[in-house]
Design a protein around this ligand. Structure first.
Ligand code: F6P
Length: 356
């Protein structure tokens, strides 16, 4: 029996997307009679009917390739049911494309937003399977998302390189790591890179505490300090504001978490503080060996689920096992760093400060 599979990648890209696409499609071609439709630029392509019928050779040679061969876009979930100036009913349009293509299922590779829309389409009666990707690792129900470990490797390399120049000059270096809501990437790369201070959105910081660490290190004849700060890290004062108020203030002040920490440390301690923002470098390039394996495992499990006709789920890693969760149970549930997370405790026991 032939199965027609639509596949799309949505939201911010990350290393491992192509490896996961390859995993799903190769396993599908191996296990059953599969026809693959590549949908371009995520849900935009599904809404606008922008896709192409793909052949097996197109999924060869992409294991190590960064980005996504299908293209991606951010199509916010909050707008999915909103009819805008273009008068397009996006949900109806997506269902129509699915039906016109006579798809047996839709595989969606993405993060939190992607999973919310995947769940919406599942509730609308489509056969959907999700795959969890994001460098933020903030998807509920899976220990890790693919893309995360590669980003940890990249951010760690940045911290390592900053370490030597910081030590030479005796400077405070503030490195801004991606992660607006979740601090996983900053936490893991901060531990891996031996940061002295880790500031994450989940644990609001006091700049006086951070200044105290810099001063103590100076007293201990350590003239430099490495501070890993998540782009969404906030001070205790900021944390008292409503999210909207915080956003307005940050936009008005052209805020960046690292610049703010460096500015305040300079005025409080009088040190020379420099900022480094690696930005989208953390999402670029080839996936690490770990992510190639994880993406392949996730992709193959998705193909097995298609073979078994098991839909309305998203693939997950639990311990050492590849498994799946119901979309309805995980969609829209962010996985933030709990204050008592074991890695936070381990970092504290290593003498790393969270500025709290
Ligand atoms: O979700 C991944 C992520 O890289 C976040 O860490 C970051 O806040 C955001 O995407 C940046 O989004 P964009 O690529 O749209 O600038």
């Amino acid at each position: 029996m032939k199965r027609r599979i639509g596949i799309l990648t949505s939201g911010g890209d990350c290393p491992g997307l192509n490896a996961a696409i390859r995993g799903v499609t190769r396993a599908a071609y191996e296990m059953f009679d599969a026809e693959i439709i590549g949908i371009h630029d995520g849900y935009r392509g599904l809404i606008e009917g922008d896709y192409s019928l793909m052949v097996r050779s197109q999924f060869s040679g992409i294991l190590t390739l960064g980005g996504t061969i299908l293209g991606t876009a951010r199509t916010p979930f909050r707008n999915m049911r909103v009819i805008g100036d273009d008068r397009v009913d996006k949900v109806a349009a997506m269902k129509k494309t699915y039906k016109d293509l006579k798809l047996d299922c839709l595989v969606t590779l993405g993060g939190n937003g992607t999973h919310k829309t995947a769940n919406l389409l599942s509730e609308e009666g489509l056969n959907v399977i999700g795959l969890p990707k994001t460098i933020d690792n903030d998807l509920y129900g899976t220990d890790f998302t693919f893309g995360f470990h590669t980003a940890v490797d990249i951010a760690t390399d940045v911290i390592d390189r900053i370490h030597t120049t910081a030590a030479s000059h005796g400077r405070v270096m503030v490195i801004e790591i991606m992660g607006n809501k979740a601090g996983w990437l900053t936490l893991y790369s901060g531990v891996a890179g031996g940061a002295d201070v880790i500031l994450i959105p989940e644990i609001p910081y006091s700049i006086d505490k951070v200044a105290g660490i810099v001063e103590k290190r100076a007293r201990d004849n350590k003239g430099f300090t490495i501070i890993a700060v998540a782009e969404g890290a906030m001070s205790k004062d900021e944390a008292k504001l409503k999210k909207k108020e915080r956003e307005i203030r940050r936009a008005a002040e052209h805020y960046s978490a690292s610049a703010e920490v460096a500015r305040q440390l300079t005025s409080l301690v009088g040190v020379e503080a420099r900022t480094v923002v690696p930005g989208h470098i953390q999402r670029g390039g080839s996936p690490s060996a770990y992510d190639r394996v994880l993406s392949t495992q996730f992709g193959v499990h998705a193909a097995e689920l298609i073979r078994d006709g098991h839909f309305g789920v998203t693939v997950a890693l639990k311990g050492n096992s590849i498994t799946h969760n119901d979309l309805k149970d995980v969609a829209g549930v962010p996985k933030l760093v709990p204050e008592d997370d074991q890695m936070v405790t381990i970092a504290k026991h290593m003498g790393i400060s969270f500025g709290a």
